[in-house]
Design a protein around this ligand. Sequence first.
Ligand code: NI
Length: 194
Amino acid sequence: MDLNYIDEGKILKIFTYPSPILKKIATNVEVFDDELKELCRNMLTTMYDAPGIGLAAPQVGISKRIFVMDVEFDRKEVTAADGQTKYEIVDRKPLIFINPVIKNKEGQFKYEEGCLSLPGIYDEVTRAKKITLEYQDLEGNKKEIEAEDLFAVCIQHENDHLDGVVFIERLSMLKKNFFHKKLVKRKKMYSDSP
Ligand code: NI
């Protein structure tokens, strides 16, 4: 995909926990049209802007089985004309997965995860180390890839969003309840303020 094309996308609103949309099971994409391309482009723009390494459609309020990802980009410090330090996203490798299905899981890998829908929450989750993923591209072509380590973790995390699961639900009941209370309290605080 053309990188300039991504920059032209819109920044979408990211829904945060405990929004009901994050609990819904997303439905398959049936139509591979321009509207789908536009959505994927906007999702990538939103992901890089955040910045995050993955974003699933339910996180932007669309209950469809789509996620976008880039586990390789870097942030470069640049000095703007006004002398201020800014960050520029470089070495992008945007990926789009439509109707993904995890076929094979092997081994275990522990990684400290975060999520754009659970700001400020980070914890270690154990997932499969190696996976095989079947998916469709923007044209509807069937594809398959193998992923390992961080790439595999990210796919499993994003795929969970399509099934209405956020990563704190993969933690112990104690931790899950702790983070749940913290996020609900914070959400209340924000919505009470003018
Ligand atoms: Ni997430």
